[in-house]
Design a protein around this ligand. Structure first.
Ligand code: PEP
Length: 251
């Protein structure tokens, strides 16, 4: 049995003060929910403060990105060691980073290897664009993204990761994928590719989240699918009651 996980990607939202207010609402609500891992991923500037606020709660902390070099003259970047000092997880390969900040399968791979080296647990995001979907290329795209991102990642290290299948056309658009459609992609392409890269056992064990316009109203449908183990939530993770309701649905 894979344990459910609901992760909130706050993206570039919430100042430190706003993060503090949101976390203070989240802690009592999420702490009551059993059998689900809760991860929140605030912006870099709020990580340290949020880490203090959640240290006695069951909430786990994630970052939204990192740079693969250990230190040096990389103005504006944050190293794996810096992130690893505060957070447990890191979102890598998010489609917004691929679209606006030149992340590629190769750079995502470097980031994953660097994150694993300092003990961070990557949440690898994959997913096809609308055009790729309409051309029937979903399977090829997610398989290519997995193969590229997981190059030289050992099976032991892979066991520490989660995957988020996030069709690009469903992120922040309100056009969520159908639960059956998302489950089919995850089963037929994502788990299948993990089985060929690693093993049937690794494919069975890896937690795969769905992401793309998940809300309290539609969350349950996704969690009822056999191959969907939780959600990566963007917009709805910014409201405490919505994120708590989604997490309750996963329980
Ligand atoms: C995301 O940013 O990973 C995401 C799924 O966003 P939203 O829930 O807003 O579609």
């Amino acid at each position: 049995m894979r344990r459910a996980c609901v992760a909130g990607n706050w993206k570039m939202n919430n100042s430190v003060q706003e993060s503090i207010s949101l976390v203070k609402e989240l802690v009592p609500g999420l702490d009551k929910i059993e059998n689900v891992d809760s991860v929140i991923c605030p912006p870099f500037i709020a990580l340290a403060k949020v880490s203090d606020l959640i240290k006695d709660s069951k909430i786990e902390l994630g970052a939204q990105n990192l740079y693969w070099e250990e230190h040096g003259a990389y103005t504006g970047e944050v190293s794996p060691g810096m992130v690893g000092e505060i957070a447990e997880h890191v979102i890598l390969g998010h489609s917004e980073r691929r679209a606006y900040f030149q992340d590629t399968d190769e750079s995502v791979n470097k980031k994953i290897l660097a994150a694993l080296k300092v003990g961070l647990k990557p949440i690898l995001c994959i997913g096809e664009t609308l055009e790729e979907n309409e051309k029937g290329r979903t399977g090829d795209v997610v398989k290519r993204q997995l193969t590229g991102a997981l190059k030289n990642v050992s099976i032991e290290d892979f066991g520490k990761m989660m995957i988020a299948y996030e069709p690009v056309w469903a992120i922040g658009t309100g056009k969520a994928a159908t639960a059956e459609g998302a489950n089919q992609v995850i089963k037929e392409y994502v788990r299948d590719e993990v089985a060929s890269l690693y093993s049937d056992d690794a494919a069975e064990k890896v937690r795969i989240l769905y992401g793309g316009s998940v809300k309290p109203e539609n969350a349950r449908e996704y969690f009822q699918q056999p191959d969907i183990d939780g959600a990566l939530v963007g917009g709805a993770s910014l409201k405490a009651d919505a994120f708590i309701q989604i997490t309750e649905a996963a329980a």
